[in-house]
Design a protein around this ligand. Structure first.
Ligand code: UT7
Length: 332
């Protein structure tokens, strides 16, 4: 029998209805559609509105849709991993809340915090469970309500982020399909350039931290840009070299959607023409752990069984990585 690999056998996503476009943003802070489109490539982002709604509410909709679409009973799911940096609360894990809301009762579940690389890290983790031969159905969710940690008076960060959730079903296969290889990295010293200052055990929430606006994303954009543009392109090119994949072998690059300039640089470094790069940043902005599965979901009908995809991300931590995925099914 061939090696057991983990194949994505279904995908679903959910985005909030409300669209915050650049024109509305330019009435909130000193910015313009022109600046945001030229420097980042975002036209609008989705925002989850409504009292008491959090990351799990978006993720639940993505998971329920995935179960329905794949004809899977919640009882069959054995593991659910939620990649997020905007959990409903510090504890319990948002994955547990999603499992409860989706009626998943026979699984264990946990959150994985790797910011924008979260989906790739979680996909590798879930695939490793499948490869042991012990697990048959695992859900990986990437979900973030970035609007909950975005300061809408800070023009350097508020145009960048949006809210979304997307989920995939992982199942074993003995065909040459699914998660083939990955290169994952972290450098914790990069935390000083991209983090949230308060709310954790070092600086628990207080009147002082709220007044100082320390519960929002802090980012030194230019520095993060320099690390992102080299690390993401390097690791995407490296996984091609390591596996002897040429540009003609690749159907799509599936990049994290933080900045169109970073995406373009990564595609160029891999020698790919623009039509082989999945892009939806214009519509959703940076939805952190959700960007990659959201792009896969939007392109699902264009994917064919056996297509070689390179997933690549860079984000807070710093975390970064690439993953070679062979798509496992034709459009249904
Ligand atoms: O996903 C997690 C990882 N994060 C990333 O990958 C993000 C990486 N960084 C970036 O994508 C970019 O650095 C940003 C989009 C955040 C910023 O773009 P930039 O081209 O690096 O701009 P900058 O910070 O160098 O700012 C250039 C100018 C500044 O004005 P001065 O000092 O030249 O007069 C900023 O004050 O643009 C100004 N600026 C803005 N102007 C209009 C900054 N934000 C805005 C804005 N609207 N929203």
């Amino acid at each position: 029998m061939g090696k057991i690999r983990a194949a994505i056998t279904g995908i679903h996503a959910w985005v909030p209805e409300y669209r915050l476009d650049n024109f509305e943003l330019s009435r909130m802070v000193d910015t313009s559609d022109e600046w945001i489109m030229q420097r980042v490539g975002i036209r609008e982002r989705r925002i989850l509105r409504g009292e008491g709604l959090g990351t799990s509410d978006m993720a639940d909709k993505a998971v329920m849709g995935l179960l329905e679409k794949t004809g899977t009973s919640p009882d069959e799911i054995e593991v659910l991993i939620c990649a997020t940096i905007t959990p409903d609360m510090l504890f319990p894990a948002t994955a547990n809340i999603i499992s409860d809301k989706a009626g998943i009762k026979n699984a264990f579940s946990f959150d994985l915090s790797a910011a924008c690389s979260g989906f790739i890290f979680a996909l590798h983790t879930g695939a490793s469970f499948i490869e042991t031969g012990r697990y048959k159905k695992i859900i990986i969710v990437g979900a973030d309500k970035m609007s909950s940690i975005t300061d809408y008076t800070d023009r350097t960060t508020c145009p960048l982020f949006g809210d979304a959730a997307a989920a995939v079903l992982l199942e074993p296969t003995t065909e040459e399909l699914g998660v083939m290889d990955q290169i994952l990295r972290v450098d914790g010293s990069g935390r000083k350039y991209l983090h949230m200052k308060a709310g954790g055990s070092v600086r628990p929430p207080s009147h002082e931290t709220v007044d100082a606006k320390e519960h929002f994303i802090y980012q030194e954009g230019q520095t993060v840009f320099k690390f992102a543009v080299t690390s993401m392109a390097d690791v995407a090119a490296e996984i091609m070299e390591k596996n002897n994949l040429k540009p003609d072998d690749i159907a799509y690059l599936v990049p994290h959607q933080a900045n169109l300039r970073i995406i373009d640089a990564t595609g160029r470094r891999m020698g790919l023409p623009p039509e082989k790069v999945m892009i939806n940043i214009e519509k959703y902005g940076n939805t952190t752990a959700a960007t990659i599965p959201l792009a896969l979901w939007e392109y699902e009908n264009r994917l064919r069984k056996g297509d070689n995809l390179i997933l690549a991300a860079f984000g807070g931590g710093f975390t970064w990585g690439s993953l070679w995925l062979k798509w496992a099914y034709d459009p249904k």
